[in-house]
Design a protein around this ligand. Structure first.
Ligand SMILES: Nc1ncnc2c1ncn2[C@@H]1O[C@H](COP(=O)(O)OP(=O)(O)OP(=O)(O)O)[C@@H](O)[C@H]1O
Length: 452
């Protein structure tokens, strides 16, 4: 792949000599003779390396670095600056390294030395990305592992790992609500060579069309009434990394061709902007909808569907991988117990059959909620049937049989109280002070009731 270099130098002779030399080395070279042009070029596209003179007619090279770094922000991937400085200016060189430059070379320099420096900078940068990638891989394997051991799940995981390694190929993840689409998407990012780059997410159903568009593409100052400042869109923030588009089936028809264009060209314009910006982004989309059917009724563009669907991953619903239910249930108990300050509860023998028989319409997210609620209610002891929500007793009919039909089924009042306390605690994310306030009791009373 041809690598691009931006050369910022106001001395015409030096600029043209270095530019020609670098072009002969096989680099694609772009030039700027002042700071303002350099900033424009840097905002418009990514360069493998930017060679920067510190003395520019309109600003110092240091300003160029500082402003670019500020515009990139924490999440973005910063350009690699190599500063060109006259020999007595070592202190300025040090200042530019502090500001974010990668390396520097003293003027006058030998062109061969420059070539060697650029080679080294590119190599080190690549190595750093790889180290970040390996670290992220090791971390994701140890701390936030995906749980599941059924054949369908392992198959799906194998596809995920293959897809992760497949360069920039767009991925479409399909599955019911709560099956783990976002988690799989994140796994793809973490197991890819982009792991060291940004991970950015956008829920296409979360914002009205206009806001979503400016969120994605960014806007120039004055693009619309409220656009007081130029804003970089998520596409720019995801440069060098992965952009996760959740609920892609909800993307407004007007935005579909715009997204298609970015997918195809990796180029776009900010709202109200003239300049074409280019990015290096991998797209991973997810949906619980049947996009194929949506292309037939015209609500989703067929070309966009085919473009997204280059690699597809189907996550099976939880009820189709029953053996994973108990593994996940235990996993969530182990996860939540230290968070709410209890021992990991045991599970009574009559609970697993109910967990297995239930259809889990909300899939893994619902299972996690049920187990967290039950853990709170159990107080760290044993999780019993009464700690499970009603839906699990009479599958899928919440509210039905709320009151017992005959005397033998009547439960003590304290059971209902305990259920209700658990529910409120659950709503408060386990925060006892908040739950006590809502229930109109003191924290001590709540603690006693939980201990009963
Ligand atoms: N294999 C798994 N092992 C452990 N936890 C999982 C697994 N899959 C999903 N989860 C957890 O289940 C919850 C739901 O997952 P996630 O948000 O990825 O689902 P989703 O399909 O994207 O949901 P939605 O359709 O609502 O956006 C999260 O808390 C996630 O951490």
């Amino acid at each position: 792949m041809t690598q691009s270099i931006l050369l910022v130098e106001d001395d015409d002779t030096l600029r043209s000599t270095v530019a020609k030399f670098l072009a002969r080395q096989g680099f694609e070279v772009d030039t700027a003779a002042d700071g303002a042009t350099a900033l424009e070029r840097l905002a418009a596209r990514r360069f493998a390396v930017t060679l920067l003179d510190l003395h520019l007619p309109d600003m110092s090279g240091l300003d160029v670095i500082t402003r670019t770094m500020a515009a990139v922000g924490d999440g973005g991937s910063a350009p690699l600056f190599v500063v060109m400085t006259a020999y007595p200016e070592v202190r300025t060189a040090v200042a530019s390294l502090k500001a974010g430059a990668y390396d520097y070379i003293n003027k006058p320099f030998d062109l061969e030395d420059l070539r060697e420096l650029i080679r080294r900078v590119l190599e080190t940068h690549q190595l750093r990305r790889e180290v970040a990638w390996r670290r992220a891989q090791a971390k994701s394997a140890s701390t936030d592992e995906l749980r599941g051991g059924t054949a369908v799940f392992l198959d799906m995981l194998e596809t995920t790992h293959k897809v992760a390694a497949a360069g920039k190929v767009p991925v479409l993840i399909r599955g019911e609500s709560g099956v783990g689409k976002e988690k799989i998407a994140h796994t793809i990012h973490e197991r890819s060579m982009r792991a060291g780059g940004p991970w950015v997410t956008l829920n296409c159903a979360s914002l009205p069309e206009g806001l979503l568009e400016s969120e994605l593409f960014g806007h120039e100052r004055g693009a619309f009434t409220d656009a007081k400042q130029t804003k970089r869109g998520l596409l720019e923030l995801a440069d060098g990394g992965t952009l996760f588009l959740d609920e892609i089936g909800d993307l407004a028809p007007a935005l579909q061709p715009k997204l298609l264009r970015v997918l195809e060209t990796q180029r776009f314009r900010r709202l109200g902007g003239q300049a074409e910006l280019s990015v290096d982004v991998r797209f991973v989309a997810a949906t619980h909808r049947d996009l194929r059917a949506m292309t037939r009724d015209g609500s989703f563009r067929e070309d966009l569907y085919f473009r997204l669907n280059v690699a597809a991953i189907d996550i099976p619903p939880l009820r189709e991988r029953q053996e994973d239910i108990l593994t996940l249930a235990r996993h969530f108990l182990e996860q939540v117990a230290p968070e709410i300050g209890i021992e990991v509860p045991r599970i009574a023998a009559d609970v697993p059959p109910l967990l297995l028989a239930y259809r889990w319409p909300g899939n893994i997210r619902e299972l996690r909620n049920v187990m967290e609620r039950a853990a709170i209610l159990s107080g760290g002891d044993t999780i019993e049937v009464r700690h499970l929500p009603k839906e699990l007793h009479d599958d899928g009919e919440p509210g039905a049989a709320a009151w017992p039909g005959d005397e033998s089924a009547i439960r003590p009042l304290s059971d209902f109280e305990a259920d209700y306390i658990a529910h409120v605690l659950y709503l408060c994310g386990g925060n006892k002070t908040q739950a006590a306030a809502l229930l109109g009791v003191t924290r001590a009373t709540l603690r006693n009731k939980l201990a009963d």
